[in-house]
Write a protein that binds this ligand. Structure first.
Ligand SMILES: Nc1ncnc2c1ncn2[C@@H]1O[C@H](COP(=O)(O)OP(=O)(O)OP(=O)(O)O)[C@@H](O)[C@H]1O
Ligand SMILES: [Mg+2]
Length: 151
């Protein structure tokens, strides 16, 4: 599925919609796209919709940021600076990919085979003044979420 996001607010709005329909069980989203494509903007819309009041920045240096929200535990990864996928072993990944958590992963490719498969992949790219996002589901939970989005 492809959606054109004309401006930043459209990216935030897609994040909100994803938050509203995200299932309770472990759910993994990969956010792909070049530098500045809008991955963190989408994450911000999503995390703020789940009740976070402050800012959401790419956790570029810490690799992962935790948000303990009312109904959900969210881990937001940015693996851009990961030099070797093996470094992920030291993060103790099993603690993240456990029950009832939502994991948003920017630059998942840097994690190689260490990361579990996503339920949903969102791939953002520049188009005209805005962005074009391609959404692909890789599980039935991902497909259900995809179906709830306005086309
Ligand atoms: N649909 C859109 N149209 C135009 N600009 C947008 C859109 N969505 C987000 N932006 C803008 O793109 C810029 C970069 O966004 P963002 O930080 O989310 O990118 P990113 O993919 O997380 O980059 P990085 O790989 O560096 O972490 C921001 O200034 C944001 O306002
Ligand atoms: Mg980012």
């Amino acid at each position: 599925m492809e959606i054109y996001l004309a401006d930043e607010s459209a990216t935030l709005e897609l994040g909100k919609q994803l938050a509203q329909h995200c299932p309770k069980q472990l759910f993994i989203m990969h956010l792909e796209g070049d530098l500045g494509a809008g991955k963190t903007t989408l994450s911000r819309g999503l995390i703020q919709q789940l009740g976070h009041k402050g800012n959401v920045k790419s956790p570029t240096y810490t690799l992962v940021e935790r948000y303990d929200l009312t109904d959900k535990l969210v881990f937001h990864f940015d693996l851009y600076r990961l030099s070797d996928p093996e470094e992920l072993e030291f993060l103790g990944l099993d603690d993240y990919f456990s029950e009832n958590t939502l994991c948003l992963i920017e630059w998942a490719k840097q994690g190689g085979d260490y990361l579990p498969e996503p339920d949903l992949t969102l791939s953002l790219r520049y188009k005209n003044e805005g962005r074009l996002v391609t959404i692909s589901a890789h599980s039935s939970a991902g497909q259900i979420l995809c179906n709830t989005l306005n086309k």
